[in-house]
Ligand binder design. Structure first.
Ligand code: SAH
Ligand code: SF4
Length: 394
């Protein structure tokens, strides 16, 4: 893998990150010295924190602007706050970031960050530039590892260590912005590189709903990062009872990892199917609030050679989604060390896609991105052993 370059940040990018260096301490929102991280607090929680300093509520607006619109991490740079308040804030609080443990850039410019949190746990975040336009998607992790062990997924071989907190989820996006120098936040709709969030990294977002919801609420806040809910997609392997809440409470786009159209096969590939079988999953999709022809539900379907890629599978898939505002993302299987499957041949994928197209559904084939640095879908895994193995390669 000669294209692999570890720590491929430029000097300027590295300097920007270091300038906002993570406050690298024990887990949670509170540091060893008792200071509290303001990142990840809701507006109400921030107001409480300020009230404890006898500061009025309008300070929240100011702080929010500095933290989430300007991307400032030093209280001393928050000029509208005045010196005495800056000093008191610095005594009690920090504006934290995860530490960049490593960063690799693929030959297709996909970039994988390995972020380290205060307790030393790590998760990967991938920036995927759009091929045509000057923008791209940030793929965020929501858990360290995953409980769900889908058979084709590398993350699934890493046991769940813990959920990520809201600060850690937002922090991945903010630290990626630091690297690309994308502060202050432009108004939504303006061109910027980091313009979309996909919750498709490590972990099952709906098994960490509270933190994911809080993080997305922060990201969507119009006075900060201000990402529109249409620019956020949450991917789930099918945690049916939580899917309604995503639509009702967050209004972000939904992607469902389907991968098989028969329960016997899906039970094997996505073991969560034993709890929430296909019929229950499709019923949840059909009632998903906000789904429409302009806001389709995405069904992700990893193409596994000889396993789920037959014409009969395509026909059954069409039957399952009939009448739904849906599109199908066909993902050529991304292999990882020790994986038991092969990628369906391109002609098979094309034929499968054609059948779905003919039934009136869009079925783009997702081009694998960042495979050379194991940054493509389902290749993320961050045991320290794997990270060390990565670093050892050249
Ligand atoms: N846990 C969530 C989100 C993270 S996985 C979920 O399962 O939806 C993101 C997507 O990558 C899912 O659709 C997942 O099924 C897919 N994926 C996992 N392993 C893969 C692999 N080896 N090749 C291609 N896609 C994979
Ligand atoms: Fe977990 Fe998603 Fe991987 Fe399944 S595909 S093991 S749910 S991260």
């Amino acid at each position: 893998m000669s294209a692999m370059r570890d720590d491929s940040l430029t000097e300027a990018e590295r300097a920007r990150i270091l300038a906002k260096a993570a406050l690298f301490d024990p887990p949670g929102d509170v540091l060893a010295d008792g200071r509290r991280d303001l990142v990840g607090l809701s507006r109400a929680e921030m107001a409480q924190a300020l009230a404890a300093l006898d500061e009025p509520a309008f300070r929240v607006k100011q702080l929010w602007h500095w933290i989430y619109h300007r991307g400032v991490t030093e209280f001393a740079a928050m000029t509208s706050l005045g010196r005495p308040l800056q000093t008191r804030l610095a005594e009690g609080f920090v504006v934290g970031r995860p530490l960049v443990a490593s960063c690799q850039t693929s030959r297709d410019q996909t970039r994988k960050f390995l972020f380290r949190f205060r307790d030393g746990q790590e998760a990967e975040t991938v920036y995927i530039p759009d091929r045509e336009e000057d923008r791209g998607a940030v793929c965020l992790s929501t858990q360290v590892g995953c409980t769900l062990s889908c058979r084709f997924c590398h993350t699934g071989t890493q046991r769940l260590t813990r959920n990520l907190g809201a600060a850690e989820i937002v922090g991945q996006f903010m630290a990626a912005r630091d690297a690309y120098g994308e502060w202050p936040s432009p108004a939504d709709g303006a061109t910027r590189l980091l313009s979309t969030i996909v919750l498709m990294g490590m972990g099952e977002p709906l098994y960490n709903y509270a933190n994911v919801a809080k993080a997305m609420t922060i990201v969507m806040d119009g006075e900060g990062i201000a990402l529109s809910r249409r620019r956020i997609t949450l991917s789930t392997s099918g945690v049916v009872p939580m899917m309604d809440r995503v639509g009702e409470e967050l209004g972000v786009n939904l992607a469902v990892s389907l991968h098989a159209v028969r329960d016997d096969l899906r039970d094997e590939l996505v073991p969560l199917n034993r709890k929430y079988p296909i019929a229950a999953l499709m019923a949840a999709c059909r009632r998903f609030p906000g789904a429409s022809n302009t806001r389709r539900i995405t069904f992700e379907y990893v193409m596994l050679k000889g396993v789920n890629d037959s014409d009969a599978d395509a026909r059954e898939l069409i039957r399952l989604i009939a009448g739904m505002p849906a599109k199908v993302n066909l993902i050529p299987f991304n292999p990882w060390p020790g994986s038991a499957y092969e990628t369906s041949p391109a002609e098979r994928v094309a034929k499968f896609a054609q059948a779905i197209n003919d039934a009136g559904f869009s079925a783009p084939v997702r081009a694998p991105r960042g495979r050379d640095i194991l940054a493509a879908c389902g290749q993320l895994k961050t045991t320290s052993a794997r990270a060390r193995a990565d670093l050892a390669q050249d």
